[in-house]
Design a protein. Structure first.
Lengths: 227, 729
């Protein structure tokens, strides 16, 4: 399977994502933001970081960069797109995903392990996944997902909520919400479920020497689904 | 403006220093030249009070590739890999403006490291604040933590360890020391020594603005009531630009275009250009109207003294300008040829075709003043006699609670959760352990690093304190299973013009040196920060030591968390029961006098090396060094980390329980071993003549002392983790 990771100026999880994709068998290419064409890919990843310094609104300038039109075209033709952290923020800025990511409720950057409950596994990202509570890692200052009531209703009606923050035993409650996200939302899909944006970083959880290994489950399963 | 003595004094120069400048030049300098002299001759850049003593430091070792004198030190970690590292202070700016001060401190030290061709792989920091009761402390802490995080998180370098202390001596002068480690191929290290004549001098990075003008001079003076006026001397950080600069520089470094490279740190364009030329014994000619400026009508004086961040100066091979420019264009950074190297041995500055300064470089570098300041020897204080009656009145459980939740002992999770400590995907020991550990990307190796200070010990007796900090760094590395290699030091002291402060400095250095030599733990880089004083009140002497060590196979990483119940717990190293200068004496008995614990370097080395053997033989399940708070706090931290309890066996030999549990005798470790491995561990310890005591055994949750259950580990965890969150909420 071929994947491409887009590098924006200020991306800083691009290498980590490259390492993770290759570890699980993707043939990955790095794509510069100023290119206008994507290589032939089965998966496009927008990595974490601080694209363009995030000085305006997180992800907003990246959402207007040269390569983005190709990403939008790819997504609209049904191609699989994954945005992690800043990548999720960029996807909301392009309009491919609904809502916005606001500053964390406690107004502090948060770096720690959290749990998410997979809400919808009828899609390429989570189909056949054998665990419905995953321990992942977050590292962000703006991960507080927010959308209008109408948008939320539409997300729920179309089963577009990908994952909720939860406790280790899968309870979705205030206590396990690290950043104040509406309804504990950690990640969402577009309507067709070929685009996934989420704040947690599976690429930081791919080795037992690191914070944990549930990221491996995510990537192994994704590759299996694509084959 | 005609320069005179008063203007020179306003620049921070002493009247006799101004006279020396006029004598050297055989004329009165113009204002730009005076500005340059003041920047190069201030304490921060010239090390005029410290140079004489720094020379004594042990800086050599088999694994040292580069010692002090470059942008950072470099050590060999095998297979052509080398680690570049350094610690630096940003104390004064952080007190004036905590967010930007701390942020630019992190930015500056990272530039020092990638200037040498290394990709930064880990950040650490040591931060000291005033009393927790002081009105400024909370805001300063919040601002500093946000600043450190704001910069490091954006660049994408994990912050893997640190240290936070509170003491009223920092009420008017906090300390922010930032450290960075980078990874480089040892055959591809870049230095700041220029070579060759007529080589283009290139300016890259951010544009120059009026921020930070005279920052280094501000950092070389004591604070008074007017510190708010000094805000304009604080630089403003832009981590995004630094990230671009990092990537662009590393890209340019992959071919052979660069002769020398130097970041523009303290004293900006002045010190970077002079340092490169001075090291190469060359002259340098700069055309200041070619410097990219952010603001209009900047004068040569301002351009030379600005400390705008995220800028680099490069001496390039002839003919490489176009290919180099392409790289900086790609990253959207300024690139300008602003001058060339010459054989004049002078720094010659031009602005709008006019020569605006011409000074022999040796006057600025080699001829800078060096002082042998008077200093006072500090006697070892007398030992305190602690009254048994008073100790008997204490309630043991109350003491435990008070100690484990004390600001200088409690968990700093509130702080390190605001730092991205996992980006780059190689952090295998997060903050909260004895040392942070990152893997050397793509290899089996890992690098461990820790940062320590012990201001109370140094205050009580600087010579012993200096030794102790080095030993503490050594023990922290040993505790994670790393072979200690080298250290970097950040020497934070008061006013060197006072003989007491100067005495503290001299004797701390002597102590550091003695331990560093004995442990073969050389100093490869560092920085001195004097004048940490506000309105006549100086800080406690605070040398901060950053240690670096190597774990050959990262799978052998050792941690401090108790692994399972019913294992044996040993204290390795002898417990003498000295309470003087312990945190127990200070906090519980309010006794601040007495000598710091003695350092026996033979035991330090022998005990540490034996612990490493035990780890190598896979006989230890967990290891933690005994430091602040003694055995009790050490053991409780292991309980908390592993969510286990401990049953302490009845102790022998010492007269009372407080001496046994809370003395801070040095050279000790607590280790957890399986019962059936005890014989093997005993035999290794005995063979190496290392003293040990059986401390107890691990339990499921209960902490049991004298057969009485006290707290559960969950309760102690609450005390340990709760304090800082409560304080900051």
């Amino acid at each position: 399977m071929n994947s491409s990771v887009i590098i924006f100026p200020g991306s800083n999880c691009d290498r980590d994502m490259d390492v993770a994709l290759k570890k699980f068998g993707f043939k990955n290419k790095m794509v510069w933001h100023d290119d206008d064409k994507l290589p032939q890919s089965d998966l496009i990843v927008l990595p974490g970081g601080f694209s363009y310094g995030d000085y305006l609104r997180c992800g907003s300038i990246a959402g207007k960069s040269k390569i983005i039109q190709s990403v939008i075209d790819f997504a609209n033709s049904g191609g699989l797109v994954l945005g992690i952290c800043n990548g999720f923020q960029i996807l909301t800025e392009t309009g491919l995903l609904k809502g916005v990511l606001q500053q964390n409720k406690n107004i502090e950057f948060i770096c720690k392990n959290i749990f998410v409950k997979v809400n919808n596994n009828e899609n390429k990202f989570f189909e056949n996944i054998d665990k419905d509570v995953l321990e992942l890692h977050i590292a962000h200052n703006e991960g507080n997902y927010f959308c209008t009531e109408d948008e939320l209703k539409s997300l729920e009606d179309n089963n577009q909520i990908a994952a909720y923050y939860c406790s280790s035993d899968g309870k979705v409650d205030d206590k396990s919400n690290p950043n104040g996200a509406i309804k504990n939302i950690a990640g969402i899909f577009n309507k067709k479920k070929n685009i996934l944006g989420m704040m947690p970083h599976p690429e930081r959880m791919i080795d037992q020497s690191l914070s944990g290994e549930d990221g491996s489950i995510f990537f192994e399963n994704l590759l299996k689904n694509l084959k | 403006m005609e320069v005179n003595e008063k203007i020179a004094v306003d620049h921070g120069l002493k009247p006799e220093e101004y006279k020396k400048i006029c004598d050297l030049l055989k004329r009165i300098p113009n204002l730009t030249e005076l500005g340059i002299f003041s920047a190069m001759w201030n304490e921060h850049c010239s090390y005029k009070s410290s140079r004489l003593h720094l020379k004594k430091l042990n800086t050599k070792g088999k694994k040292v590739i580069q010692g002090p004198g470059e942008n950072a030190g470099v050590i060999d970690i095998g297979d052509d890999d080398a680690i570049v590292f350094k610690i630096e202070s940003h104390n004064h700016p952080s007190f004036i403006e905590p967010y930007q001060g701390a942020a630019t401190g992190v930015g500056g030290i990272m530039r020092d490291v990638f200037t040498m061709g290394a990709r930064p792989i880990a950040n650490l920091n040591s931060i000291h604040f005033g009393s927790t009761q002081h009105k400024k402390t909370k805001n300063l802490l919040r601002g500093v933590v946000k600043g450190i995080g704001g910069y490091g998180n954006c660049i994408g370098v994990p912050t893997i360890a640190g240290q936070t202390c509170f003491d009223q001596s920092y009420n008017g002068n906090i300390l922010v020391n930032a450290m960075t480690l980078g990874l480089v191929n040892k055959n591809k290290i870049f230095y700041s020594k220029a070579a060759g004549i007529n080589k283009p001098v290139i300016y890259v990075g951010s544009k120059t603005g009026r921020d930070g003008i005279h920052g280094a001079s501000m950092a070389s003076a004591i604070f008074d009531d007017k510190i708010e006026e000094k805000k304009p001397t604080v630089q403003v950080g832009d981590p995004f630009t630094e990230k671009l600069l990092l990537e662009a520089c590393l890209e340019l470094m992959s071919d052979k275009s660069i002769i020398a490279i130097q970041d523009m740190g303290a004293a900006g364009l002045t010190s970077s250009s002079i340092e490169m030329a001075s090291k190469g014994n060359l002259g340098i000619e700069l055309h200041l109207d070619k410097v990219p400026c952010r603001e209009e009508k900047m004068t040569p004086y301002e351009i030379m003294l600005s400390e705008s961040q995220e800028r680099m100066l490069i001496v390039l091979e002839n003919g490489k300008e176009d290919s180099a420019k392409k790289i900086f264009d790609k990253w959207n950074l300024d690139f300008a040829v602003i001058g060339k190297t010459t054989n004049s041995k002078n720094i010659e500055l031009y602005f709008e075709k006019e020569k605006v300064a011409n000074v022999p470089i040796k006057f600025l570098a080699n001829e800078a003043p060096m002082y042998d300041r008077p200093w006072k020897k500090i006697k070892l204080p007398q030992k305190i006699k602690f009254s048994n009656n008073e100790l008997k009145k204490l309630k043991f459980n109350d003491v435990i609670k008070k100690m484990i939740s004390h600001p200088n002992i409690c968990s700093k999770q509130w702080i390190w959760e605001q730092y991205d400590h996992t980006v780059m995907g190689d952090t295998i020991q997060k903050p909260g352990g004895d040392a942070g550990v990152v893997r050397v990307h793509g290899t089996k190796k890992a690098v461990a690093s820790s940062v320590d200070s012990s201001a109370s010990y140094c205050h009580a007796h600087p010579f012993t304190g200096g030794k102790q900090v080095v030993c503490e760094a050594w023990r922290n590395l040993v505790s994670v299973g790393a072979e200690p290699i080298a250290i970097t030091n950040c020497l934070n002291f008061g006013n060197p013009e006072k003989k007491e402060n100067m005495g503290e400095f001299v004797e701390c250095i002597d102590g550091i040196n003695e331990a560093s030599k004995y442990l073969n733990f050389p100093v490869v880089s560092g920085n001195v920060s004097f004048y940490n004083e506000t309105k006549d009140k100086g800080i406690k002497p605070t040398p901060t030591i950053g240690g670096v060590g190597l774990i050959k196979d990262y799978k052998n990483l050792m941690t401090m968390k108790f692994k399972s119940k019913e294992n044996l717990v040993l204290v390795v190293g002898k417990t003498e029961g000295n309470l003087d200068q312990s945190i127990f004496a200070n906090v519980i008995l309010d006794e601040k006098k007495g000598p710091p614990p003695e350092i026996n370097l033979f035991n330090e080395k022998n005990n540490g090396e034996t612990i490493l053997k035990i780890i190598k033989e896979k006989l230890a399940l967990s290891v933690h060094d005994v430091s602040l708070g003694g055995i009790m706090i050490g053991a409780l931290k292991m309980c908390i980390a592993g969510s286990k309890g401990i049953k302490f066996y009845k102790f022998k030999n010492l007269t009372n329980i407080y001496q046994y549990f809370f003395s801070e005798d040095q050279g000790r470790y607590i280790i957890e071993v399986e019962k059936n491995n005890l014989k093997k561990v005993e035999s290794t310890l005995k063979k190496n003549s290392v003293h040990f005591d059986l401390l107890g055994e691990t339990t499921d949750k209960e902490i049991i002392i004298n057969d009485e259950p006290t707290f559960t580990v969950d309760k102690v965890t609450e005390f340990y983790k709760g304090w800082l969150y409560k304080y900051m909420s």
